[in-house]
Design a protein around this ligand. Structure first.
Ligand code: MN9
Ligand code: PYR
Length: 305
């Protein structure tokens, strides 16, 4: 069996929303146009499927397979990276999804820690990740940390210590916390064939300064084109320009948080900006009220004129 490849993941990956019908069923028909929109209108060359933004934890395993398959099919030859999140509360379900991701030709898999029975130590978490990764040993494997949702606060640096001895396919981290000490420790420990991806969109510039190879986030669905400009400015050392763009994103995110920002609001914002019909979120996330969506969209338009 071929080992997982060593190709670095760079640039922006959009964490995709899951299109649902008005009745709340998965709506695969939107995925083709969604890929068109990301590539043509936002300059996005990678997607992160069935993650937090994709409401994976609210989907059935069968739905997650259908979605993963359609995203892979539509993105094939058009995106550089299709990473599928396969984390579940059940190790068996995660392994099932990991095997499936390999079958459908995904470029990599990522796993969030279980959060009902939480691993209390790095060792417990590492063993869980190892069992999932071993179900798809040819796929690059990424640990996805998001403590605000999981309540799992094990430092990522502890998780990745000598991890290739346990997980030969380990290729990096998606870091969605704001602890830049731990993040910096991950970057400095990172191996040349690993990718350290930052996941807090409103402070990506700090992540880039700390050495992030790329980024995964929800807002790149509708602000990817601006964030690409920010990355270019950072790369050409135009920090004033890079900050100007980061501050705009912060202004929008702060405004949205004050009004009550969640996946439902975020999904509605994407619907309004893109014109794609993404539908409501799934309960327990509540649909966004039209009034709230209008306020945020007005703010978006006033910031990005
Ligand atoms: C909780 C959540 O959804 N986190 C996303 C990725 O990890 C981010 O992309 C945020 O949505 C974004 O930074 C806005 O706060
Ligand atoms: C942002 C992200 O990575 C996710 O929604 O999973």
């Amino acid at each position: 069996m071929a080992p997982a490849n060593d190709r670095k993941v760079t640039g922006l990956l959009a964490a995709t929303f899951t299109p649902l019908t008005a009745q709340g069923e998965v709506n695969l028909s939107v995925i083709g146009p969604y890929v068109d929109y990301l590539t043509e209108k936002q300059g996005i060359k990678g997607i992160f499927v069935n993650g937090t933004t994709g409401e994976s934890m609210s989907l059935s395993v069968a739905e997650r397979k259908d979605l993963a398959e359609e995203w892979c099919l539509r993105a094939k030859g058009r995106m550089d990276n299709v990473i599928i999140h396969v984390g579940c509360m059940s190790l068996k379900d995660s392994q099932d999804l990991a095997r499936h991701a390999a079958e459908i030709g995904a470029d990599g898999i990522a796993v969030i820690s279980p959060s009902f029975f939480k691993p209390r130590t790095a060792d417990a978490l590492r063993r869980f990740l190892q069992e999932v990764a071993s179900a798809a040993p040819t796929l690059p494997f990424y640990y996805y940390q998001i403590p605000s949702f999981t309540g799992v606060n094990v430092p990522v640096r502890d998780v990745i210590e000598d991890i290739e001895k346990l997980i030969p396919s380990f290729r990096g981290v998606k870091f969605s916390g704001s602890d830049l000490l731990d993040f910096g420790q991950c970057v400095s420990y990172s191996q040349p064939h690993w990718s350290v991806l930052y996941g807090v969109d409103e402070q990506l510039l700090a992540g880039l300064a700390m050495g992030a190879n790329g980024a995964v986030g929800s807002t790149y669905n509708y602000m990817g084109c601006y964030v690409n400009q920010m990355i270019s400015a950072f790369e050409t050392k135009d920090l004033v320009k890079a900050r100007t763009i980061q501050f705009k994103i912060q202004e929008l995110v702060r405004y949205a948080i004050k009004l009550g920002f969640d996946i439902g609001v975020n999904k509605q914002l994407m619907t309004e900006v893109s014109g794609l019909h993404l539908g409501p979120p799934r309960l327990p996330v509540m649909p966004c009220s039209p009034d709230l969506a209008q306020l945020i969209i007005q703010k978006y338009q006033s910031i990005f004129v």
